[in-house]
Design a protein around this ligand. Structure first.
Ligand SMILES: *[C@@H]1O[C@H](CO)[C@@H](O)[C@H](O)[C@H]1NC(C)=O
Ligand SMILES: *[C@@H]1O[C@H](CO)[C@@H](O)[C@H](O)[C@H]1NC(C)=O
Ligand SMILES: *[C@@H]1O[C@H](CO)[C@@H](O)[C@H](O)[C@H]1NC(C)=O
Length: 343
């Protein structure tokens, strides 16, 4: 069975990708920053039918020149790469050093390493983001599909702290397609551009590690922990996709011939915090008492039709065969995973 390198194996999305690859019989090598993290990933995949198909390599700093060379060179007969790593940012003092260069360097470093040292690789799948597509300044908001590109420049991303994160996503995906054009490597590239991702916590987290649920799921954890009992926070970003669908899209992106050279927008629908709270309250009395008693006093606080962006997720359904999970199912699974971890 084919061998896949998944970078950043302890990431929320990467962890779910690894689960699905192993279930389908792939051999998986992942990169992590330390032995502890590598062992945490190996520990959950400990059944006899999978444990011989999973291993890890350490890559300490993905931004440094040649970061992936040694890891990639040391893996024999690699067929595919899924690049999910995004730099761990503790604080952004310098937007270039702490955010933009790590993201862009990490992406070009893996592509360079594959081109130089892994000629057997047929395809690289890049975890990009809806942030690489959106143009938030455009009025009225458009109907987004894969043809859209966030027009941000490096200079804007440096100068406007509110745009640095989005910029890091847009600039790193652009760098990947530029690499394909300029370097003409023998592998194909596919980009996956998910909206905000909700879903069960990474399977390697253990009881007591709720502090590591540091993702777009955080808002759901806050609700479950009663932090919004008196005050429902505004929804803010209002479209989402489930992590299992995101993981499956990466796997299908390796397998489906027509996916080559394309990007895929993954988006299941709109959501509001009020809807999420309603779903959680319906799950059990014990959970309901941690949430606002009277939901009727809250409005659904997302823009109405005509004021919000539209979306077209046809490519993901037709080419990758994604059948999007509902908000209800996704929120319930997410909450159940938090309860299991001790929430
Ligand atoms: C195997 O993994 C499960 C979680 O998937 C864990 O509960 C169990 O302790 C692990 N067993 C060993 C021997 O590590
Ligand atoms: C990014 O790569 C360049 C060389 O390509 C290097 O000079 C720079 O230091 C790297 N950035 C970081 C944050 O490591
Ligand atoms: C979550 O991540 C942010 C940056 O991405 C960091 O500043 C913060 O300390 C992290 N929180 C926890 C609890 O790890």
């Amino acid at each position: 069975m084919a061998k896949v390198l998944v970078t950043g194996g302890t990431g929320f999305i990467a962890a779910h990708i690894i689960v699905q690859l192993l279930e389908r019989g792939y051999h998986v090598v992942t990169t992590v920053r330390s032995d502890d993290k590598g062992r945490a990933v190996l520990n959950v995949h400990n059944s006899t039918d999978v444990k011989d198909r999973l291993s890890y390599k350490i890559v300490k700093d993905v931004a440094q020149p040649g970061a992936y060379d040694e890891a990639v060179r040391s893996i024999a007969n690699l067929d595919f790469v899924i690049h999910t790593t995004s730099p761990v940012v503790f604080s952004v003092e310098d937007p270039v050093r702490d955010m933009l260069e790590p993201a862009v360097n990490g992406t070009t470093n893996i592509l360079k390493a594959v081109k130089a040292y892994a000629p057997s690789v047929k395809r690289v799948v890049l975890l990009s983001s809806y942030a690489a597509m959106r143009d938030d300044d455009r009025k009225p908001p458009p109907v987004y599909d894969e043809s859209w590109w966030n027009p941000i420049t490096w200079e804007e991303a440096v100068q406007n702290p509110k745009k640095t994160y989005q910029g890091s996503k847009a600039l790193s995906e652009r760098a990947a397609w530029d690499f394909m054009r300029d370097e003409n490597p023998s592998f194909e590239l596919v980009a996956i551009n998910p909206s905000r991702v909700f879903g069960p916590a990474a399977p390697h987290l253990i009881t007591g590690e709720l502090d590591k649920v540091n993702t777009t799921n955080m808002v759901i954890l806050d609700m479950v922990q009663g932090k919004m009992k008196d005050k429902l926070e505004p929804t803010g970003f209002y479209s989402w996709v489930g992590v299992r669908d995101v993981a499956l899209a990466h796997v299908r992106a390796l397998e489906v011939p027509e996916a080559a050279g394309r990007r895929f927008f993954l988006i299941a629908g709109y959501h509001s915090n009020k809807e999420i709270v309603e779903i959680i309250k319906s799950m059990s009395h014990e959970l309901a008492v941690r949430l606002p008693a009277d939901l009727d006093k809250f409005e659904v606080d997302i823009p109405g039709p005509g004021e919000r962006y539209g979306f077209d997720n046809k490519q993901s359904r037709e080419v990758l065969g994604i059948e999007y999970a509902s908000l209800q199912t996704t929120i319930k699974e997410t909450v159940e995973s938090f309860v299991k971890l001790g929430a």
